[in-house]
Design a protein. Structure first.
Length: 284
């Protein structure tokens, strides 16, 4: 793992600014099962494997001109919550002018990665792919649980919009909080029927992609599988059709201890490529 100073020192300054890939190996806020802290290395290994290539489906060469730079893992404090360190590192990356994709880790990291984006982009929209709304006030006595990050973000009152996709495991309390904060939920699409037009998305977008948004048939390696989810094809098509610039993203909740033959790590690597491609194509 690498300190924040070494992380920023590793960035190759190119024009236009690159997309950077940074691991956040944290699962101390997970309920039920641990293992997500092992995910960043597994995703990178799959992404960079000679079994595939670094071209997106739209033909973007992610290795060309250093447009996607792999920075390793951020060194996180071993004996305390990592959120301050993650927030500080995110702020440093934005000061460098790059576009980060974070590899979790459990979903609690998103409350920290998003905060500097809220300051920089007052009209920021989060597009949140997930089976679960992550809108508990507190879960198992822990307000920093991976079941609570969207609540922690919304209560700061700095986010412009939260749009959730794929939710199919909500509860009454989370539905009430969604109403309180005017959270928008897109009906789970079937097959490849994707239409963002009704939402009229404008301004910069941060994508938070929890792998359990996918049906377990496509992504078995998660701690909280929920049947009836998206196919990998539908999720990729939705990312490709996002209408506004993507300025940051995270991919979270891969649990390698639950994966089958690296299937879910392969899906995560594919999502990295398509997100990075979309960011490169839609930002200056």
């Amino acid at each position: 793992m690498t300190s924040m100073d070494l992380i920023t020192a590793k960035i190759e300054r190119v024009e236009p600014p690159p997309v950077v890939l940074l691991g956040l190996p944290w699962d101390g806020s997970s309920s039920h099962l641990s293992g997500a802290a092992e995910a960043p290395e597994q995703i990178r290994r799959t992404l960079l494997s000679p079994a595939g290539n670094m071209f997106s489906e739209s033909g973007v060469d992610l290795c060309g001109a250093s447009r996607l730079q792999v920075l390793g893992d951020l060194e996180l404090p071993p004996d305390q919550p990592p959120f301050a360190a993650i927030e500080q590192c995110t702020e440093a990356l934005l000061e460098e002018g790059v576009y980060p994709i974070f590899l979790g880790g459990d979903h609690s990291v998103t409350q920290a990665t998003v905060s500097p984006f809220e300051t920089r982009y007052p009209n920021l929209t989060i597009v949140h792919f997930d089976a679960h709304p992550d809108l508990y006030e507190i879960f198992d006595g822990d307000p920093q649980s991976h079941a609570c990050p969207m609540t922690r973000i919304l209560e700061r009152r700095a986010l412009h919009r939260l749009v959730q996709v794929g939710i199919r495991a909500s509860t009454h309390s989370q539905d009430e909080l969604a109403k309180k904060y005017d959270v928008e939920r897109m009906p789970t699409p079937h097959h490849n029927s994707v239409d963002w037009a009704d939402l009229q998305l404008e301004g910069p977008i941060y994508v938070s992609f929890d792998l359990d948004v996918l049906d377990p048939a496509f992504a078995p390696g998660v701690s909280h599988p929920e049947h009836g989810g998206l196919s990998t094809r539908t999720a990729i098509t939705m990312i490709q059709k996002l209408p506004s610039p993507i300025v940051g993203a995270d991919i979270v909740e891969l649990n390698p201890t639950r994966d089958l033959n690296g299937l879910t790590a392969g899906v995560a690597a594919k999502i990295v490529k398509e997100l990075a491609s979309k960011m490169i194509e839609s930002t200056p």
